[in-house]
Design a protein. Sequence first.
Lengths: 228, 224, 41
Amino acid sequence: MKRGISILAVVTALLLSLALYEALIGAPTERTMGDVQRIFYYHVPSAWTAFLLFLINFIASIVYLIRRNPKTDILALVSAEVGVVFCTVVIVTGPIWARPVWGIWWAAGDIRLTTTLVLWLIYISYLVLRRFSTSGQTPVIAAVLAIFGALDVPLVYFSIWFFRTQHPSPVIGGGGSLDPRMAHVLLINWAAFLCLAWLVSWTRYRLEVVKREVEEAQALESLLEGSR
Amino acid sequence: MSFFAITRATLEKDIRLEWRSKDAVNAMLFFALLVVVIFSFAFDPTAEESRRIAGGLIWVAFLFAAVVALNQTWARELRNQVLDAYRVSPAPANPLFLAKALGNFIFVAILEALMTPLFIVFFKLRALGETWDLLPIALLGTWALVVNGTFFAAMSLRTRSREIMLPLLLFPISVPALLGMVNATSAVLSGEYSPRVWIALLLAYDVVFTIACLYLFETVLEAE
Amino acid sequence: MNSMHYLYAAYIATWAIHGTYLVILARKYKKVRREMESLRK
């Protein structure tokens, strides 16, 4: 296990460095937006990674409700936490990109960014619930919330999409085809961020496993103290 | 007893208990008036902009009312260990949930019915579109808030800062419903476009989450 | 070149966010370490 993490750490560091070089220097400069467009190489992979992590959380939550395996719950917790981190990056880099390009920090009709914001809010509330819950069955309640969140996502997407048809606004990130060299850099950055997500999640997972063992041991000890 | 029989019995009992304390009714009346007055201070009712955002203002006010009602949903059950009884018995807990949700719905609907004429008077509102459309919007929108709110109130029972936990969980999940309510209402008030798609969205939201709540309530109850 | 500031801001913000999380993890790790030590006694 230890060896695995070390290898992953090295690979991640190398990939991130390569990806950074490609994003800032290797990739061609975009015609309309200029160098600011390079934010794209951090913004988009972070979004994909966040969504992947939230998907993992959703699946882990369902599996937990069925099997009630504590390890699955830890996976749900970890994927939610790391997902929120990456999601925060998306929400912060989005406006930073929008401002110089569109002159505004936020467009309410920007469907991708607004959906991401709502997803971020849902998962923050998920983490708060986990932190504040005093029930012994917090994992179950959190899993249920995750399911509600997942059910909500298509509704959120549709509602904002329809809102946008009535209140047209610029789309940050734009659509359209991608220069193959840019696609190449985009994928390298995605690979790098995926490795980072994997590394951080793995570390957090192990930390949580140990933390829970310690808590159990502490509980056991106070029980024994009491009976002495 | 059948599912609906239990639901009705629980609901009737709740209504009877609330009605006996006339304090609740008076407090509700005053609350409705207060909210509208505060909003009329905060948003100048004579301004053209206020009329354009009236849809949003009204629903924010209704949201406040809903949270107030929702926070005390399970108070009586907690005090009398009713939930423990349901946990132990083989009887399904769904009728209890439905009764609670319906009770909250009635409570919030009454508050809305009290606030609406006040809003109309204070903000000089006129519906330029089909006024009757406001009825499905109000019903579907209120149910959207109440069904999830009752469920999240149950989820928040064993948490610190329970009163803050409820809105914290409810608001993000309610975003599509809120968009639906506000935009549909604005559509009817301005008459500029049809609220039909928003009403359809509210209906879809209500169906999805009513099923989810009924399906998962037992799970949450057992987990408390 | 004003737009370059935004580019740097975005990249720095990204690393600041990841860095903050890693710092939080490091603190949690230290805490768990301490608790493990106190249990061993």
